[in-house]
Design a binder for this molecule. Structure first.
Ligand SMILES: CC[C@@H](C(=O)O)C(=O)SCCNC(=O)CCNC(=O)[C@H](O)C(C)(C)COP(=O)(O)OP(=O)(O)OC[C@H]1O[C@@H](n2cnc3c(N)ncnc32)[C@H](O)[C@@H]1OP(=O)(O)O
Ligand code: CO
Length: 136
């Protein structure tokens, strides 16, 4: 069921500062900021040879990142995203196993323009897990 690790997401209190640090200090290639109000985030991707780092800043008062930063003001690891080729089948297996799918339980379109879901961290041993559907 699981494919590649699509990204590791880090919540940051100041995206501009994080971009500068990744570009200047780590010499990274960072995408341009993308505002995604439907997710309550502004996001950039740090390209790595084997996966991506997603840097997330809160967008709007209802942002999940704002809630995260209220508990961890300096930021931190927010979620990891696995690729799957059949999101409906993966979702059905998770629901059948008793895991909670966050939001209204249906996929949203993520930053890559593909369907994503999130699994409640309480049902994944304390880590927020995102699944992103990719073509087989
Ligand atoms: C860029 C677009 C897209 C992509 O394409 O990649 C994204 O990645 S969007 C990213 C932002 N969107 C989301 O995170 C959506 C899913 N998240 C949520 O629904 C909520 O953030 C949450 C996970 C339900 C947490 O809600 P919150 O209100 O912040 O806290 P709760 O009190 O309800 O938390 C319950 C429980 O979960 C623990 N928690 C909270 N956040 C995390 C986390 N990031 N990782 C691990 N655990 C987390 C929290 O501490 C609570 O634990 P207990 O107290 O033990 O119950
Ligand atoms: Co993500």
């Amino acid at each position: 069921m699981l494919g590649r690790l699509n990204h590791v997401a880090l919540a940051v209190p100041d995206l501009a500062a994080a971009i500068r640090s990744y570009e200047k200090t780590l010499g990274a290639t960072v995408s341009v900021p993308l505002m995604l109000p439907e997710h309550g985030v502004t996001v950039v991707f740090v390209e790595l040879p084997n996966t991506k780092i997603e840097l997330l800043e809160a967008l709007g008062p209802a942002s999940p990142i704002a809630a995260f930063l209220a508990k961890s003001p300096k930021g931190g690891m927010h979620h990891i995203c696995y690729e799957v080729t059949d999101l409906p089948a993966a979702t059905a297996r998770l629901v059948e196993s008793g895991a909670r799918i966050l939001g209204d339980g249906t996929p949203k379109i993520g930053a890559h323009g593909r369907p994503v879901i999130f699994i409640h961290p309480g049902d994944m041993f304390g880590t927020l897990i995102e699944l992103e559907e990719v073509s087989p």
